[in-house]
Ligand binder design. Sequence first.
Ligand SMILES: [Zn+2]
Length: 350
Amino acid sequence: MRWDLVPRGEVWRKRWGELVRGGRLPAASLWIGPEGVGKTLAAWALARAVLCEHGDRVVACEACSSCKATTQWLHPHLLVAVPLPAEVSWEEGLAQWRAALQANPYLTFGGWLRELGLRSSARLSIGVEVVRRLQERLSLALAASQWRIVIFWHAETLTRQASNALLKLVEEPPMRTFFLFLSTRLEALPITLRSRCQVWRFSPLSPQELEALAGTAIAPSLLPLAQGSFGRLKEILAEGGPAFLQPVREWLRALWTGHAEALLAPLENLAKSPQLSELLLGAVLLVRAHPHLSPFEKAYSMDLLLQAADEIEAHIQPPLVLWQTTLALWEAWRGEKLPLLAWLGREVSS
Ligand SMILES: [Zn+2]
């Protein structure tokens, strides 16, 4: 990956270059920002620059065997840890992750779940086993001209045990070894780990940047759904653009019409969507445009939906969040509680 192919790559290249030239390289950096804004690509470009045999550690030559290996994420001195279910081995998981990333360099967490054939993120983590394996690899000596880089993708999934095991490594890192933690949520990482890292912040991409990356104009109704993430925008476009919102439209329609019986199918359908948080953001737009809700009802409902999207983003149980939001919206719009028991009774007896 070349810096010029990374969103805002010039900014990151300059910042890294200043550190290299100033001899102020941090042993550990923590890159925080929404997913789909280019953190992984920037890490990839940095790894390439650091590991290149002929470069100045800032810009890669793009021709040496190291550059070729890094392009495939296969360089022996480029170590990567990604969230995996317990039954998948590190090697197996990494091979799958590399292939997924080659196919889509803006791979999102949701996209990774789908790659693994999982519906929930509950079983995904970077466990202590992987950290032990990394320790073994890092104990191997490096030649004087060699450098090494260790990337944690979605570092917020490090288990407590794994991050504790990492502390010593990060505190007293082997020579010419860089730890790079990529994460969407700063507060999800233990403060002991955070405090040992230099923090870089990646902000959401502007609509212009998104359009430039997409290489085409994007329907104005879709841009807010992407929330500055090119990864999300790609997924939304792949899902058929405006048709993407269909499941959330049906759910809201059932809520609006007030037939409890008609709610179950759209609710189940929506809960199945791997892009639930994006769909709830879409619901915010639909509620905003609704002709019959008062400004107060709109503001309150949009708040509920945004909060739900946030919680799902934070990997809190999606079906539960969706169910609670459904109950709250029903109550807000009808002034009554959803006749849950009668409804469930009918479901059970039918
Ligand atoms: Zn090179």
